[in-house]
Design a protein around this ligand. Sequence first.
Ligand code: NAD
Length: 266
Amino acid sequence: MTNRLDGKCAIIVGAGQTPGATIGNGRAMAVLFAREGAEVMCVDAHLDRAQETVAGIEAEGGRAFAFEADVSTVAGCEALVAEGKARMGRIDVLVNNVGIGAGDAPPHVISEAVWDRIMTVNLKSAVMTTKAALNVMREQGSGVILSISSLAAWAGHDKIAYEVSKAGMIRHIQAVAIGNAKYGIRANVILPGLMDTPMAIVGISAAKGMTQEDLRALRNAKVPLGQMGTGWDTAYAALFLCSDEAKFVTGVALPVDGGAACKVAG
Ligand SMILES: NC(=O)c1ccc[n+]([C@@H]2O[C@H](COP(=O)([O-])OP(=O)(O)OC[C@H]3O[C@@H](n4cnc5c(N)ncnc54)[C@H](O)[C@@H]3O)[C@@H](O)[C@H]2O)c1
């Protein structure tokens, strides 16, 4: 432990994970932030998933607690921020990590229901949770917001709701960064590329009717560095952006993608 977040109070929304053998982005951030000295509020719509993350952190001697909230409702977004402030006394870091893509489709067939659901869970949740946290952070005169978007914000064509929601998260964070800099608040966004997390591998292999190993090979071959990233890669980038080491970094959209964003021309 190097205490890069010593004394910080952090909320990670979506700190549980889709069940599977590898670690998700949200859980990896929660574990790493706690290792670096933060107290971590682990929020998830599935309380058992958040509790599992907390159990892992406590087993290592870290400080964390679980909270159940569904950020597809404004009440859920507001409740988690109120709980974080009440339990920890302050909110130094908010991470918006929730993201879904089930049922998504290309522009000519996307259904209204799927569009509304994905935009609500991915984008509106981050907007409303950030709004509530900003009021606490403005009063403190400090704070860091981090949203987890996706490289799909910049490239892709067949999952239009996911892509647009993730693009919206980038513009949202840029606006938050500029509008709140004078209050000592920073805001950044990470764009994970192809990651070997259960959400990606378990979910997509089932949807495509492929084995997990075939999907892994296909995805590894697309990454310039030769293999997918992991939840830890997202977490280490997040750690830097949420620590004081990044005190001059705000409004940044950082791909964590093994070089994929540079590969437009193939
Ligand atoms: N894995 C990848 O390849 C990849 C690539 C690019 C971007 N991302 C983004 O990374 C983020 C998360 O990745 P992950 O591996 O942690 O995913 P994950 O699915 O493992 O974890 C997300 C957690 O969010 C929770 N959640 C879902 N809906 C919720 C809601 N309405 N309210 C509260 N909690 C809710 C889930 O229960 C889950 O525990 C997502 O935003 C995703 O879009 C992932």
